[in-house]
Design a protein around this ligand. Sequence first.
Ligand code: SF4
Length: 837
Amino acid sequence: MTQDATPADWQKTACILCECNCGIEVLLEGRALTKIRGDKDHPNSQGYSCEKPLRLDRYQNGAHRIDSPLRRRPDGTFEEISWDTALDEIAARLAAVRDEHGGERLFFYGGGGQGNHLGGGYGRALFNGVGGKYMSNALGQEKTSEAYVDKHLYGAHTAGDFENSEVAVFIGKNPWQSHGMARARPTLKELARDPDRAIIVIDPRKSETAAMADHHLQIKPGTDVWCLGALDATLVQENLIASEWLNTHAVGVDEVLQLFRDIDITDYARRCGVPEDDIRAAARRIARAKSVATYEDLGIQQSPNSTVCSYLQKMLWVLTGNFAKPGGMHIHSWIFPLAGPWFPIERDEPVRFSGARRAVGLQSMRHGAAAMRAVFSRLDGHATSGKVAENVARSALHFFFPSVSVAAADPIARLAGNVDRDAGVTPVTGARIMAGLIPANSIADEILTDHPDRFRAMFIESSNPLHSLADSERFRQAMRSLDLTVVIDVALTETARAADYVLPAASQFEKYEASLFTLHFPHNTFQMRHPLMPPMPGTRSEPEIYAALMDRLDLVDPGIIASLTASARVGRSAYSLALFSTIEQKPELAGIVPYLVYRTLGATFAPGDEAQSLVWSFAHLAAIAQPDAVRRAGFTHDGEGQGEKLFEAIRDRREGVIFTEDRYSDAWSYIRHEDKKIHVAIPELMDELRLLDAEEPCYTSEEFPFILSAGERRAFTANVIIRDPEWRRRDKDGALRMSPQDAADLAVDTGDVVRLITETGIATTTVEISDMMQPGHVSLPNGMGVSYPGENGDTVVGVPLNTLTTVTRRDKFFGNPWHKNVPVRIELVDSSVTAEG
Ligand code: SF4
């Protein structure tokens, strides 16, 4: 096949190794991905890909794949069991936990890795179905601080228009390796090449991006807050802010300006270790730019003061008026909001409808649709009558859809379960919940206690928290103390090894999948990936697994399933009408809509295509919420026809679809505050900055004299779905990077083995002397330290970082762990010892 491949043999899918999800094309030989290239047709990545996906076959066909449900024996080993046995037992034990302790005691973790998000929607349905209230995932140790700041400033998520920015500012972010934006490397090269544009980087390391930068503010590790504070203060004290713009578009400005007037720039520069002149020069470059976009990432999100840092970095573009214009920052549309609430965008021309029409519409939904559903049920299989019924449904929807669609869609879009996304605290430790996520660092504390409200069961899907959260051993103890733990994954991961049941999932290339990271502006894109091959024998897709469990939990009246299925057989308009009216009459079912559509609409799709039904829901919800932007993307139909056409395009255009086209000024309409202004004052963070004013940063001690940055993104690191060490072409061991000065002081050379000792654990690793590092700062890569089956048993290559981290060093507000700031001691190991030894 590879030799004689024709263009038609290349199959379209996406890379799954970072949130960019670049479009790729693959050639198959049997089940092997033999050749991979960037897909020029992909509307976002346009043919670009980095080197990472070229060996994705190591994920697809590695020895790590499991092909049978597993049940834990009392001695900790696993036995293979049938799918029916596994599903029966898990459903019964879930029901027992719910009945004895309440559904709130079931904790859900995950909802997918990069580009593996459809399963999460179905998982939410199970979670809601059993009355779950608390959940989290990797974002709960990364993005919650930023989400809090976003919520207060304007109520939504922002992204930068870097392709058009005059100045790009990266804080704790190395897009050359960690990407995070479309076509990251070409975009960086264009920025660096153009003398009229500039890159500003705040990073303790001289990363690849920092090396290209016009201004690299090389802070001492952990001191970002003082560098960012000094930049903001320079803008204010040198009167470089967009005063008129702020007066028009922001509230609370005066108190924020006073905060920055009070900062001693010279002293802040000293504390972060950057020459004051360099900070002032960078601030002046930001101020004189026509456009500025900023990007913060794990470098600050997993370092001290992450919430305040997030606030201060956003003030750089707020104070200079860089919002809603080319090259600036924007709030964007969603196919379905991954974080934050679903909400409708004000239309260009508000639809005027009388109260009477809305009332009639609601009555039609409540009563008329019920009668129609009964008719649809009787028409099941009668083609001519079915056509008539579909036309009747279409006419009915045409009449009242504009007046009731938002109200009808709202509970469905919120997957209305118990989760209060915006408020609340955890039941045991009182940790703050943000964007519906409890701090990942609090999970073990919510379990390892005799508190009556502790979690009793945990469902973990497509995630490896035992490996990726701080203090792995404590997380293992927490899992083992629960009444029930279930893991769904393609491999027997570190987390799976601590579970009671492991359910083998189909790979991302064996099922329908999609990424919900639709973060682009002004052209927002979405790609539904089709399976490239059937599931590996013995495995099942997550939607299929969740649906089977929900069947066993008997959560829905079979009559409702039958009636909705009959409506779907009549037509999509009949189905839309029936679904809306069902949720209107039984709002308690809104939280399990993914299951309902899978079992009803999905039943009318070709076998194996059922999971497309959730994407059908996304398409309609996106069109209802953002009809003008969807129309500008070419979907010009009225009413529910718009969502239907969008769904058909998503289904048929395998390279992906631009589903919304925004205008730059539209970013204002995405602001959630009623006054459509940016609310710049966040009192608790301003108070915190005043406290930090008195703090002298120091994160090392005599015992632990170095700072370890745990989780550096490198050319050959990826998330831990890559388990095969042979995937890495270079840096196979994931060496510890160290400055030449530190290496000389410790008398170590590249390739030597050292021992790392933290307050939590010990690990050995090889050394790489690197000019990237400043003295006192060392770094280890992410994605290492996972087990992989070999001929002589499992091998583990590299350091599992969270054997070295602790849950106690964390952000004051949202508990984000300081993985990028781990105090450590380094000792030279006898040269006869290997890194694994
Ligand atoms: S790793 Fe990220 S940037 Fe690289 S090809 Fe995959 S999705 Fe694109």
